[in-house]
Ligand binder design. Structure first.
Ligand code: PLP
Length: 390
């Protein structure tokens, strides 16, 4: 079992596997590869060099494309090394900069935010951890009740990586605004899949990762609203408006820009198509295997569904699917193969007999109805086999 993908196989689209683990990572779009190639093969100049015209222009062009995901200007985008770095930069950067030490976050954040907040607790921060309801949603009034005079930051993710449940960000943005508190959101799973307009949502900071929307791995970005002060995580030579030292990963950034452009170009069409496939999947899996859907049925990412199979092992279902040529995950990629129920499901109050049998299916732009039918048919057979062997 590959502990990073939980799928036990190395797969890309078009190689015969049905790849349904897009929440873990997506393949690199061919268009992104083509855009990156000149910067891998010949155009090697440093974007900061005075003669570095074409590299600098390419980075700035990509910055504009990534900014479009947030419906904002390029000045508000800082390139980083990954989504985890962006999360750390936001949370730790605000703590280092702002007067006050109270942070409000949730118990279902990705470990990049959760562990950054725990680290800050050890450094003297006071963190209020808001729990979700049984549908995996954070109640905005719980966030409002947690805010105090000395609150410096609210950090709530846009869509959860395990359940796909979308959080009520606009309401939380209003609370942040009314209380004059900075608002960060981990938009790693949502950006490029649903609209993420920073001003409309009321975001001051938002994290991105290219490999979740058909860009390369190892490149991320942080939306930093103009005027937001932030201490850098990586001090260095003044790159990225002095907020992130280090020579930029030019080819990666160019690939990210291309991927952002592609994601935006057919966002609505893809959103509708994947929502339709998701509904078909949910209805069929529930009807033919008796599995439960975990999390809010309405507010969820297109193409994402998390199922619970009573008294079964999620990793075993994932392995059985892999043997039949289907890549999926037993929940959070980082926890795959771990028989302990995930923290997110515990927080949602999912009973242990269900929480150990989870299967996350996350579709992408090349997923078809035939792929959905194939996974449903195989799940029906697998669950029947498991039940009859008991
Ligand atoms: N935040 C969320 C919600 C994620 O799903 C992930 C990756 O799974 C990350 C952050 C981390 O992104 P990266 O892999 O680029 O560090």
């Amino acid at each position: 079992m590959d502990e990073n993908t939980g799928s036990g196989l190395v797969s890309s689209e078009g190689d015969g596997w049905v790849y349904l683990d897009h929440a873990a990572t997506t393949p690199l779009a061919e268009e992104a590869v083509s855009a990156m190639r000149p910067f891998l093969e010949g155009r090697h100049e440093n974007p900061s060099a005075s003669y570095g015209g074409s590299a600098k222009r390419a980075v700035e062009d990509a910055r504009g494309k990534v900014a479009s995901l947030f419906d904002t200007d390029r000045e508000n985008v800082i390139f980083t090394g990954c989504g985890s770095e962006s999360d750390n930069m936001a949370v730790k950067g605000v703590f280092e900069t702002e007067d006050g030490d109270h942070i409000v976050t949730s118990t279902i954040e990705h470990p990049a935010v959760r562990n950054a907040c725990s680290f800050l607790e050890r450094k003297g921060a006071d963190v209020t951890w808001v729990s979700p309801d049984e549908d995996g949603r954070i109640n905005p009034s719980d966030v409002e009740n947690a805010v105090r005079e000395d609150t410096i930051l609210i950090s709530i993710m846009h869509a959860n990586n395990e359940t796909g449940v979308i959080q009520p960000l606009r309401e939380i943005g209003e609370i942040a605004d009314e209380n004059d508190v900075l608002f960060h959101s981990d938009t790693v799973q949502s950006a490029g899949k649903i609209p993420t307009p920073a001003d409309e949502i009321g975001l001051d900071l938002a994290s991105l990762s290219a490999h979740k929307f058909y860009g390369p791995k190892g490149v991320g970005a942080l939306y930093v609203r103009d005027g937001t002060e932030l201490e850098p995580l990586i001090h260095g030579g003044g790159q990225e408006r002095g907020l992130r030292g280090g020579t930029e990963n030019v080819s990666g950034i160019v690939g990210m820009g291309k991927a952002a452009e592609l994601a935006l170009a057919d966002l609505e069409e893809r959103k509708n198509r994947l929502s339709g496939l998701r509904e078909r999947l949910i209805e069929e899996v529930r009807g033919r295997t008796g599995a439960r859907l975990v999390g809010d049925p309405e507010n969820r990412l297109p193409g994402y569904a998390l199922f619970c199979f009573e008294d079964m092992s999620g990793p075993e279902i994932v392995e059985a699917l892999a043997e039949r040529g289907i890549a999926a995950s037993s929940g959070s990629a980082c926890h795959s193969g771990d028989p302990e129920p995930s923290r997110v499901l515990k927080e949602m109050g999912v009973e242990r007999k269900y929480a150990t049998g989870t299967l996350r299916i996350s579709m992408g732009r090349k997923t078809t109805e035939e792929d959905v039918d194939k996974v449903v048919k195989n799940l029906e057979e697998i669950t029947e086999e498991v039940r009859s062997s008991k």
